[in-house]
Design a protein around this ligand. Sequence first.
Ligand code: HPA
Ligand code: ZN
Length: 326
Amino acid sequence: ENLTALIQAIPKAELHLHIEGTFEPELIFALAERNNIPLKYAGVEALRKAYEFKNLQEFLDIYYQGADVLLHEQDFYDLTMAYLNRCRQENIVHTELFFDPQTHTHRGVALKTVVSGIQKALDDAREQWGITSFLIPNFLRHLSEEDAISTFKECLPFRDYFAGFGLDSSELGHPPTKFERVFRMVREEGFRVVVHAGEEGPAQNIWDSLNLLHAERIDHGVRSIDDPELLKELAKRQTPLTVCPLSNLKLKVVDDLKDHPLKKLLNAGIMATVNSDDPAYFGGYLNQNFRETAEALKLSKEEILKLAKNSFKASFLSEHEKERWI
Ligand code: HPA
Ligand code: ZN
């Protein structure tokens, strides 16, 4: 109970959050009705029951279906505002949100519709509640690099809205080496680089994300635990890992939260953070990730405070802005 109050009370940043992954079944049904889109589930409960995943791909298949009911700017606004309300409740004072442009543009939804809806919600939350935020488009790695490059070019007219670019979706079969050219373009245009790596894929994907894509942060990165040399390098460089414990549990990256490597990563001197990834699908927002992990790994008060501090250190806030929270 003590730790629950502490976790709630400390200001936190969230650095690994897919806005399409905050789409709660109730809102999916409400927007499907508003947009006259039939769903193949009988109702909210039937949809929620389908959230049983053996691996990342089974999750992705259902997550892309959910996103299909997002059509209008107001839909993206409502989705984002629901998450930001959650931030306010959980004392998340800064958030760096991912979205998947291709999931929407490939269905004929204009990028401007997506970006405007999300951005208006971010502006309102900043004004009303002082929550700061950055938006980070992610390329879908199961699609071609050519598709990522044309998506990047489509993003450039909105460049002021974006802090950086990332890479997500199916890791197995789609290694970082497939995306060297597009991330060179991303860096040449002055954007930050984050990459999902070492979630289901091997530690080598983390090496390649660092050395070939020049990732400044690794999303997940838990497979680094298999490679002592890599652990040393991550600790030396202080490259942040945005770890998502309940996601790892739900997608069977770990069999039990007690086996989660988070504490070992901290003990190895790595800049690890805690995040919720796709909370509507994985059964817990940020504070629940903190609570369940703290309990399973018997994290100390000091370790919890360190994780919260790391969330700001690892953020893309300026050094001056970080000082406010650290
Ligand atoms: N991994 C890969 N792709 C994703 C994820 C993730 O955790 N969440 C949403 N798309
Ligand atoms: Zn993710």
